[in-house]
Design a protein around this ligand. Sequence first.
Ligand code: NAD
Length: 467
Amino acid sequence: MQSGGTQSVPHNSNQISTNRETVESIVDKFRSGEYLVSVYGLGHVGAPIASVWLRAGVKVIGIDKSQQVIENTRKGVTHIPEPNVNESFTKGLIEGQFLVYDDPIKASVDSKLKMICVPVLIRKNKPDLSIIKEVIISIGKGLKKDDIISIHPSLPPLTTEKVLVPLLEKSSGLKSKIDFSVIYNPERIYEGRAIFDIEEGHPGIVSADDTYSLDLALALFSLMYKKGIIKIFGIKIAEAEKLFEGVYRDVNISLANELAKLCDRLDIDFWEAKKAANSQSFCHIHDPGIGVGGACIPIYPQFIIDVALKNKVNCKITKTGRAINNEMPSYSLSKALRLIRGKYSRKSKITILGLAFRGGVSDTRLSPTFDLLKELARLRIKDVIVHDPLVNNTELIKKFKDVKLVSDLNYAVSGRDLIILATNHKEYANIDSSMLGHTPIYDGRGFLNPAKFEKGLYGGIGRPSLR
Ligand SMILES: NC(=O)c1ccc[n+]([C@@H]2O[C@H](COP(=O)([O-])OP(=O)(O)OC[C@H]3O[C@@H](n4cnc5c(N)ncnc54)[C@H](O)[C@@H]3O)[C@@H](O)[C@H]2O)c1
């Protein structure tokens, strides 16, 4: 590792920084509590990150825009169902290691390292940077010489260089690489095991556009990542890396969906074919399904498509993959409705199992269940129940007036015309004909064992219709 200190450190813009504190001294001051980390956004990413710093013995300031989140955090409670977050918050509050602020500028003034953990959303298929820009401006207003800004959300390539750094410089009056350091550290967590993932699940990725900041990033983030760190010189490479992870998954899911649809038509069991195909070491066919949801996989290809378009590049495979995956809820619903004996009508009673975008989490962002509900509303089918063992926030479905959100599974599946399994929650694993009687089920995740259902009462993505 570079020792830093008063030596001059050249970087790629040929500017020379002098009198920088050594990396070792900075790390020691975080360890001793002299320097603080502030975490902006205490959601699915920020809450576990704040916890990991606390677990590493570092003093943390938590900031969030939501008063509800602030109030809960002050009680040591997070709304994110992640193991060990509440425990870390509570211990940190009791020991005075965890401070909760609602003033983002003061948090910047009081901290040395600022971690940005707010989301970049998609609006009308375009990245919406408004939240991160707001945070950057607040941080800039409280920025001091030699502070460090670490950015975590997945970003369209070049966003840090072209948008965020200029905004930081403008709001602070300071100069990046000379007066302050910028690090990009894309998050790689899998919801439901976030702390484990950060600490020991994957190597962390740290990047910067100058060697001093990169060495600083390596030393600081080594306090968190026990599985090692991949160091990237060039933030734009790390921005791209993170999107590649998501695009790879989205495109491969779309390939699985395409092949599963073909199998549906040919009456071939996709799942058996897939299992055999994947025994070949170069073949990694993914799982098809009723739709791709969550705050990551459906969004990152959109970042790529948008930036490609602006640069006159046609990312055909990425676009096609997105289109195929977007069609899956309506394709699946039309297959499911065919299971209703006779014909479905506006009076059909339909239950959807799962509002979360995938099993084991309560996160409903971009869940395919919302697309199913839109389709059912379009078909004017009103008697619709949604069941989820982990989601009970009825606000989420308030725009679907007649739809009920329930948590009693027996109630949800009794006396219905059709059940659609949309989320692979473990609570659904034992569903079979003895529980459903003569109600048919459409398995949108290939999650259930078809042999456990009477003939004609089970249908599923990529499953033969007649057994
Ligand atoms: N969730 C994941 O599994 C995951 C995985 C990898 C990467 N990411 C990336 O992390 C980013 C953050 O995602 P998330 O899932 O944590 O989002 P989230 O919605 O769960 O949390 C964001 C938090 O930021 C707060 N917030 C909003 N505006 C704010 C502001 N101006 N100042 C302070 N706080 C503010 C919100 O109240 C919320 O608590 C995403 O953009 C995504 O690219 C997420």
